[in-house]
Design a protein around this ligand. Structure first.
Ligand code: NAI
Length: 328
């Protein structure tokens, strides 16, 4: 039985982790605090720390965790760009993650953003509630026959491509490591940017993909392109996209992630003044739809995340069963 400190614990984390813990019997401590170098001390007396995506798992934090005896970081996410892996190695700390929990959850959310933006569902909802049944300004386009570019053809990219093929879209994909079989045609990144009516990002955040959408790539895209990012915020250079929205180069933008989301997402800030002017500007566009990192948030996905996270800890502790280490 491991003692696990769960950081950034929300009510749904408590419910699903407690349920998934039945076969494991680990000792779970739920902490509302975000993990950072200061809150790390709250993990004193625990062997395992369980962070979420916006926790600060930097070298500084890992240094504190190492000194108080934490030996394992059990990430309850697929992405691990928020973890300093070199520091974890130096502290001889195991790092596990949840490589797959429901690629469909994220892919389906990306499609939800596309459909809502295209048919202006977010605006129609407001109008109808106010008794305004005028449809002027709500015109969309048929998806059939449109070209959809998928950047990153992993599990989520594949699930997304399959759905878009169901709409009879032409699917183009770019991936430096393309799989043998994929429901779409692999092209170079430049060609994907030039030919796509809709571009959806499904690659991890790495030095190569940082600001993959920025002034250079935006200039290559079709006028009025629809951009969807459900992957990681820093894939998109937000100030550059704001300029592209103002000029009409970008016709619609759907975001589930935002580069500076760590100060915003997962909290109720409805009674506070948002200090991030770039984010606030994005909210003013009628053709921008933002959700707060909820693409993963289905019952199936959260259940799988919790089950795999705790199974990772059990496997690490017992040396039996599958331990999903982060890829190096
Ligand atoms: P995956 O590892 O199955 O697929 C990622 C793909 O991206 C791989 O095929 C890889 O070769 C490719 N890739 C690597 N470098 C690339 C580059 N420079 N350009 C284009 N493609 C590149 O990962 P999965 O499960 O499909 O997840 C994709 C991303 O989605 C994750 O890295 C994570 O950031 C994000 N995500 C977002 C969630 C949300 O709630 N919004 C939830 C889960 C994941």
């Amino acid at each position: 039985m491991a003692r696990i400190a769960v950081f950034s614990a929300k009510p749904y984390d408590r419910t699903f982790l407690a349920e998934a813990n039945a076969p494991h019997g680990h000792d779970l401590t739920f902490l509302e605090a975000r993990l950072d170098p200061h809150t790390a001390l709250l993990a004193e007396g625990h062997d395992v720390v369980c962070p979420f995506v916006n926790d600060d798992v930097s070298a500084e934090t890992i240094d504190v965790l190492g000194r108080i005896g934490v030996r394992h970081l059990a990430l309850r996410s697929a992405g691990f760009n928020h973890v300093d892996l070199d520091a974890a190695d130096a502290a001889r700390m195991e790092v596990s993650r949840v490589p797959a929990y429901s690629p469909h959850a994220v892919a389906e959310h990306a499609v939800a953003l596309i459909l809502a933006l295209n048919r202006k569902v977010h605006r129609a909802w407001n109008r109808v509630r106010e008794g305004n049944f005028a449809i002027d300004g709500l015109m969309g386009f048929d998806l059939v026959g449109r070209t959809v570019g998928v950047v990153g053809s992993g599990q989520i990219g594949r699930a997304f491509a399959e759905i878009m093929q169901g709409f009879s879209c032409e699917v183009l994909a770019y991936d430096p490591y393309p799989p043998a079989h994929f429901p779409g045609t692999f092209v170079g990144l430049d060609e994907l940017f030039k030919r796509s009516d809709i571009i959806s990002l499904h690659c991890p955040l790495t030095p190569e993909t940082h600001h993959i959408v920025g002034p250079g790539s935006l200039a290559q895209m079709k006028d009025g392109v629809m951009l969807i990012n459900t992957s990681r915020g820093a894939l998109v250079n937000a100030p550059a996209v704001i300029e592209a929205l103002k000029s009409g180069k970008v016709g619609a933008l759907g975001l589930d992630v935002y580069e500076e989301e760590g100060d915003l997402f997962f909290e109720d800030l409805s009674a506070t003044v948002i200090q991030d002017d770039t984010f606030s500007r994005l909210l003013t566009f009628p053709n921008v739809l933002i959700t707060g990192h909820q693409a993963f948030f289905t019952r199936e996905a959260v259940g799988n995340i919790c089950a795999t996270t705790l199974a990772n800890v059990s496997a690490w502790e017992s040396g039996e069963g599958e331990l999903h280490q982060v890829p190096r």
